[in-house]
Write a protein that binds this ligand. Structure first.
Ligand SMILES: [Zn+2]
Ligand SMILES: [Zn+2]
Length: 400
């Protein structure tokens, strides 16, 4: 049994998140996207937890579903830890996987003295990674964690601006068995994560970090659990062999792939000429590409775990039609295609070009999908908080 999982998402209680991020909207949407298992998001927030308790029923050990059973939910949440001396503040985001509402509630109670649980679905706690780990181990039996988007310059374990250079320094010792793996983040793919020696023995994992339904599934992890349960999912994630593949946005489409200055409209690949902006003279916001190289010994690096590139279908349709991704025409077309062809995941990964054309998908979109399947694409790379952009093929039709 294969499960396409997107475990890192947010609820309306997180900042800048759509009010539509509720199971009655996300579950049917996940089904159209081809997502089988969705994170609940924000499980430490008391009101969100109460709402989920009312709206979801447990269908397997540690797995929940809404009345329509469109997809399964696993209880997840993200925390932001901010700690360290002034001038050297560390800011790290962790994704939590909880086996039960009860355990999530106990963890929330233990963390309450260190932050405001009600003010944000992704609460901030002013404690170190070590202190967090000790609380986690003391109050919960089976809650696990995954450092989120590990390369993002701000708010991540290895980020250039507020992270660490090794696990040993980050966790003040061994992170222990509650560490399940690492989330690559949108601006990195597995080829960029096998450089650092300390990452090589841990599983890599991908998810969307969606703040709105349309972002769901922009990255996912395809799992093959031996049993359908929280324990089965965790086992699949922790044995590298239970992860069939991750589905990755081309890293250049992420917001921090290159170094640059958004205000100055300047970006640059890692360069011996340095990290200062030629326009304003201030340091660039660091890029993920350079950071992965900085923490790695010189190549050769080992082969990455299996992964495939994907770009959300609305972006492919938008490029083909020459309209914005959020336009009504693009969204209408998306609904028609996923309804006639099964799901977005089937369109992007499973159906042949002939089947896609027969199902009414236009030739340019089919060409783009075929090239992405061969890891061939052109992008304008993202930097300093600006998303990258998928570009048209140089010779449309060449890939058919
Ligand atoms: Zn997040
Ligand atoms: Zn500048």
């Amino acid at each position: 049994m294969d499960l396409n999982a997107d475990l890192h998402v947010h609820s309306p209680y997180s900042l800048a998140t759509s009010p539509e991020m509720v199971p009655s909207v996300t579950a049917p949407f996940a089904k159209l996207k081809g997502i089988d298992l969705l994170g609940s998001g924000d499980i430490l927030h008391p009101l969100w937890r109460e709402r989920l308790r009312r709206e979801l029923v447990q269908v397997e050990e540690g797995l929940f579903a809404p009345p329509g059973r469109e997809c399964l939910f696993l209880l997840t949440g993200e925390v932001s830890l901010i700690f360290g001396p002034i001038g050297k503040k560390r800011k790290v985001h962790l994704l939590l996987l909880s086996p039960s509402f009860q355990e999530a509630e106990e963890l929330a109670r233990a963390l309450a003295p260190f932050g405001k649980l009600e003010s944000n679905g992704r609460p901030i706690f002013k404690i170190s990674l070590r202190a967090f780990l000790e609380i986690l181990q003391a109050v919960t039996d089976r809650t696990l964690f995954i450092p989120a988007h590990i390369w993002t310059p701000h708010y991540s374990l290895l980020g250039a601006l507020s992270g660490f250079d090794s696990l040993e320094t980050a966790f003040e010792g061994d992170p222990g068995p509650r560490l399940l793996g690492f989330e690559t983040g949108l601006s990195a793919d597995p080829t960029m994560c096998v450089g650092p020696l300390f990452l090589r023995e841990h599983p890599l994992f991908s998810s969307s970090d969606a703040h709105s339904p349309w972002s769901l599934g922009r990255e996912t992890t395809l799992l093959s659990p031996r049993t359908l349960s929280f324990g089965g999912i965790v086992e699949a994630l922790s044995r590298g062999t239970g992860i069939k593949e991750t589905r990755e946005l081309p890293p250049g489409l992420g917001k921090y792939y290159l170094q640059g200055h958004r205000a100055c409209s300047v970006s640059s690949p890692p360069s011996p000429r340095g990290t200062l902006c030629p326009r304003c003279g201030r340091p660039f916001t660091p890029g993920v590409l350079a950071r992965t190289v900085e923490l790695s010994p010189p190549p050769p690096w080992p082969a990455p775990p299996p992964f495939r590139y994907c770009v959300p279908l609305p972006e492919i349709l938008a490029l083909s039609q020459g309209r914005p991704t959020s336009s009504t025409r693009v969204r209408r077309e998306w609904h028609q295609r996923v309804s006639s062809l099964g799901s977005e995941s089937r369109i992007l990964f499973d159906l042949s070009p002939e089947e896609l054309l027969k199902g009414g998908l236009d030739r340019v979109s089919v060409s783009l999908i075929s090239s992405l399947r061969r890891s061939r694409f052109r992008v304008e790379e993202g930097y300093d908080g600006r998303y990258g952009r998928l570009l048209a093929l140089e010779q449309p039709g060449e890939e058919e």
